[in-house]
Design a protein around this ligand. Structure first.
Ligand SMILES: Cc1ncc(COP(=O)(O)O)c(C=O)c1O
Length: 437
């Protein structure tokens, strides 16, 4: 191992050797060298409360001892064979996924990432239906390959290259900035009905599949109202269109009420894709489908590292830990406490335009009071100030003005209090500057 660099040395080495498109969250990033539970430590030993979990990934806490034990044991036993050989951890994981996912979902393809899981789901949907076109929600993020970048409805993550074909974008259920200028009480789900309009006007009338994040992650915790996905699913069923719930962020108890986000809307998808929280930091993804769909795809698929024994054993240990330690319940209780605290803050700080989310999948938008003009610079400042006070929070949204709080599911109400007090201090500072200007 090379000598431990200080923050400045590491920053300039990174700038020299890593591709420039790989942006940092902070202008002045700390150099993290260690993680324990919900805390990160920099090279000088400073402790940070991690309220973003490595982009919604460290579900059961950094270096969780139970998971670590399973990973280490597997590392010392068998690391790799590839999917063409018979190994048990991958199959045990697939069985567990079948047990905890709703409805008929039971056939898994294990991958290394959410991108690959989404690629697999789209490919299977196309083969199973004999159709090509894909429906996607605006503001969505589905990954970084050519196909799924083309399905990402956010210019910030799309390269200026020729996109993949056959993708049509549907208005999303973004009530704070309703694309139809309606309110949830009177809208009659106009956004859900846009699915039918898009099928009729932007496709052959026979799309293969629709993909949606139950709560949009990178999009900024955009949370559809109750009833939304039920309406969407009715339309999809009418047109014989399959449905993929992209649970890469919302899966594994994060939303507090169900193991998977889409169950908050009582909808059973044909596929779920997952990644992030399943590995607690180790690379893993999965696409699970119903047999009705999966069994139509008989051509060989392979993934060299997908389902490798180490990631699979880790995934099993993560799921067991979430269940045994009642982390979904914790996400609900602590998440409600967090949402309440943020709504309280909103009363004092009108630049908090909207507070939304479920469980520990939470976001709040920074916008000019009255006009709702997005305030990305102020949002970035809040994130920087929080870091200076040793709390890590994320940001996102199409306009870069949404603070994202998605910590390990292990956090406590005391952690929330600390986070809220740091956010309050940051808001005071930002508002003081805004008032002066
Ligand atoms: C909802 C969603 N889907 C897919 C992905 C892609 O996952 P990965 O980065 O593991 O390829 C992400 C990543 O942020 C995501 O948030």
């Amino acid at each position: 191992m090379s000598k431990l660099l200080n923050r400045e040395e590491l920053k300039s080495k990174r700038d020299k050797y890593m591709v420039s498109g790989m942006k940092q969250l902070y202008a002045e990033p700390p150099h993290f060298v260690r993680g324990q539970a919900q805390f990160l430590y920099d090279e000088q030993g400073n402790e940070y409360l991690d309220m973003f979990a490595g982009i919604v990934t460290v579900s059961v806490g950094h270096c969780n001892p139970k998971v670590l034990e399973a990973t280490t044991k597997q590392l010392q036993t068998l690391q790799h064979t590839s999917t063409i050989f018979l190994t048990q951890p991958m199959v045990d994981l697939a069985e567990k996924l079948a047990d905890i996912t709703p409805g008929e979902l039971s056939k898994s393809f294990i991958t290394n990432s959410g991108t690959e899981a989404n690629e697999a789901a789209i490919s299977m949907a196309r083969v199973a239906t004999g159709r090509h076109e894909v429906l996607v929600l605006k503001h969505s993020y589905h990954g970084q390959s050519h196909l799924v970048t083309s399905m990402t409805a956010n210019q910030n993550y799309r390269q200026p290259t020729m996109p993949a074909s056959g993708i049509a974008f549907v208005e999303n259920a973004y009530c704070y900035r309703c694309p139809f200028k309606k309110t949830p009480e009177t809208c009659n789900f106009e956004c859900a009905r846009d699915v039918e309009h898009v099928i009729q006007t932007q496709t052959s009338g026979q799309p293969a599949v629709m993909i949606a994040e139950p709560i949009q992650g990178v999009g900024g915790a955009i949370t559809p109202p109750d009833g939304y996905f039920q309406e969407v699913k009715k339309i999809l069923d009418n047109y014989g269109v399959l449905f993929i719930a992209d649970e890469v962020q919302t899966g594994f108890g994060r939303t507090g009420y169900h193991m998977f986000g889409i169950s908050n809307w009582d909808v059973q998808p044909d596929f779920m894709t997952m990644a992030k929280g399943l590995g607690n930091g180790l690379p893993i993804g999965a696409c699970i489908a119903t047999p009705a769909v999966a069994d139509k795809c008989q051509k060989a698929v392979i993934n060299t590292f997908g389902g490798n024994p180490v990631s699979a054993a880790t995934g099993i240990a993560v799921i067991d830990t979430i269940v045994e330690d009642k982390l979904m319940e914790n996400a609900r209780v602590v998440g409600e406490y967090l949402l309440e605290g943020l709504r309280d803050l909103q009363k004092s700080f009108p630049i908090i335009g909207d507070v939304r989310g479920k469980g520990l999948m939470v976001g709040f938008e920074i916008a000019e009071p009255g006009t709702k003009r997005p305030m990305p610079a102020e949002c970035s400042r809040i994130v920087e100030l929080a870091k200076e006070n040793k709390v890590v929070i994320g940001k996102g949204g199409l306009y870069g003005n949404t603070i994202r709080i998605k910590p390990p599911l292990t956090i406590t109400k005391q952690d929330v209090d600390r986070c809220l007090s740091v956010v309050r201090k940051a808001l005071e500072s930002v508002c003081a500057v805004t008032a002066r200007n």
